[in-house]
Design a protein around this ligand. Structure first.
Ligand code: URA
Length: 431
């Protein structure tokens, strides 16, 4: 078999066999196939696509390019939840302890943020002491003892995705539905979970800008899951505007914590309930969505979700008591954006809010960049709030002096109207 023939086949839009896809993944991971050859094949895939069957072969080959975690010693269903990434997306930090407090076992691997999207790992790392670099044994012990752990991507898992993703990033081959689906699913499957909720964010702050494309990606991931024997549900959720009232790292952790106390913002709370009830149904812990929502409500009201959050953070070494200290989040610089107009607020562009948060220091423009955990944005007013002239709209935070021009980028991303507009948190659920 020769890689040049495989590339030519895909250029001519001929289906690849399992053996050819295995040959590509094994050869690329071992270094026998070069970056320039892999780039050519990825571009042919971006242009001509892959069938569902080829995508399942690719996912399977990528998943087995490294270790696959085996949870069979626990004899339990392992649940996982993955978001394709958005602005203000702190769902996992609130949702996972709720699920664990209700008896589900959550073993999750999270990633870092890049560009305008934040990453769960960066947010958790803003809690001093939180250790996401666990050995397989530590990961398994914590999950066994506490029903929950969230760790960083282990270099032994899915090395094929690490190499391919880095190449896609610089060869205009990120935007390919089969490549996105195989990248996400290979990582989820290698973590060994058998019940997975995929939150496909849709809107201008997300990878998927359009609902039909988001559905296509969702259906494909469900199909791959079925072929590989896992239960998958997909929620397509709104990323036209930031989720919740906070964007950043420490500031988002505090909002997730408030949500676990029952004081979260409406849109964010709704996503937590919606995703949580979908997973409880998928894992067979509830028979109807109403029953599942009631379980979530109870775990928040009786304090068990909050207690589980604290137990989990402590188990991974985090100094959770610091979160109760008003000095924990104390940015040196802040700047208020004041309304010059009035009316109901509409945020037109989540991505602009994500980019401003990144410029304040909350995110990375390049992989190597550091993060300012204090940086971020608080939305004093959210979409559909009535605003009077002179009201504080947003507060920007940073550890370094704030460039006042960032204010204009937010002003250009909003508008005011005489009437409220309709906001849907969840566009569709697919099973
Ligand atoms: N997230 C991933 O993990 N992979 C992609 O290709 C896109 C989003």
């Amino acid at each position: 078999m020769r890689i040049i023939d495989i590339i030519s086949k895909k250029v001519e839009n001929i289906k690849l066999s399992k053996q050819e896809i295995d040959f590509f993944i094994n050869g690329y991971v071992s270094g026998e196939i070069h970056d320039y050859q892999a780039s050519a094949l990825l571009m042919a895939i971006r242009i001509n696509g892959l069938s569902d069957e080829e995508t399942a072969y690719l996912t399977n080959a990528m998943m087995h390019s490294g270790d696959v975690i085996d949870w069979s010693f626990l004899g339990k269903t392992i649940v996982d939840k993955h978001s394709t990434g958005g602005v203000g997306d702190k769902v996992s930090i609130a949702l996972c302890p709720i699920l664990a407090s209700l008896g589900l076992t959550v073993a999750k691997m999270s990633g870092r943020g890049l560009g305008h999207t934040g990453g769960t790992l960066d947010k958790l790392e803003s809690i001093e002491g939180y250790n996401f670099l666990l050995s397989d044994e530590q990961f398994k012990n914590i999950v066994e003892k506490h029903n929950i752990a969230i760790v960083g991507q282990n270099t032994k898992l899915v090395p094929a995705d690490k190499k391919i993703y880095a190449l896609r990033d610089v060869t205009a081959t990120v935007q390919s539905i089969p490549l996105i689906a195989s990248s996400i699913m290979s990582k989820k499957l290698a973590t060994g979970s058998n019940c997975i909720l995929l939150d496909v964010k849709c809107g201008n702050g997300a990878f998927m800008k359009d609902i039909e494309q988001a559905k296509k990606l969702g259906q494909l991931m469900i199909e791959i899951g079925k072929q590989l024997g896992r239960k998958i549900a997909v929620e397509i959720t709104n990323m036209e505007q930031p989720l919740g009232k906070t964007i950043g790292n420490k500031i988002e952790v505090l909002e997730a914590l408030e949500t676990l106390k029952g004081n979260g913002p409406k849109d964010f709370t709704e996503i937590v309930y919606s995703s949580g009830s979908t997973l409880l149904l998928l894992a067979g812990k509830a028979k109807t969505e109403e029953e599942a929502r009631e379980l979530i409500k109870q775990s928040i009201q009786n304090g068990e979700a909050l207690a589980k959050f604290k137990e989990w953070i402590i188990a991974q070494g985090g100094k959770v008591e610091l979160l109760d200290d008003p000095n924990w989040f104390k940015p040196e610089y802040s700047h208020q954006v004041i309304a010059q107009s009035e009316g109901y607020l509409k945020i037109k562009s989540a991505i602009d809010f994500g980019l401003v948060a990144m410029k304040l220091g909350a995110g990375r423009a390049k992989k190597e960049d550091g993060i300012d955990y204090e940086a971020g944005i608080y939305l004093n007013k959210a979409s559909n709030d009535y605003v009077n002239k002179g009201d504080v709209l947003f507060t920007l935070y940073s550890s370094k002096p704030i460039n006042k021009e960032l204010e204009n980028e937010l002003i250009n991303a909003i508008e005011f109207s005489a009437e409220k507009h309709e906001i849907k948190e969840v566009f569709a659920k697919l099973f």
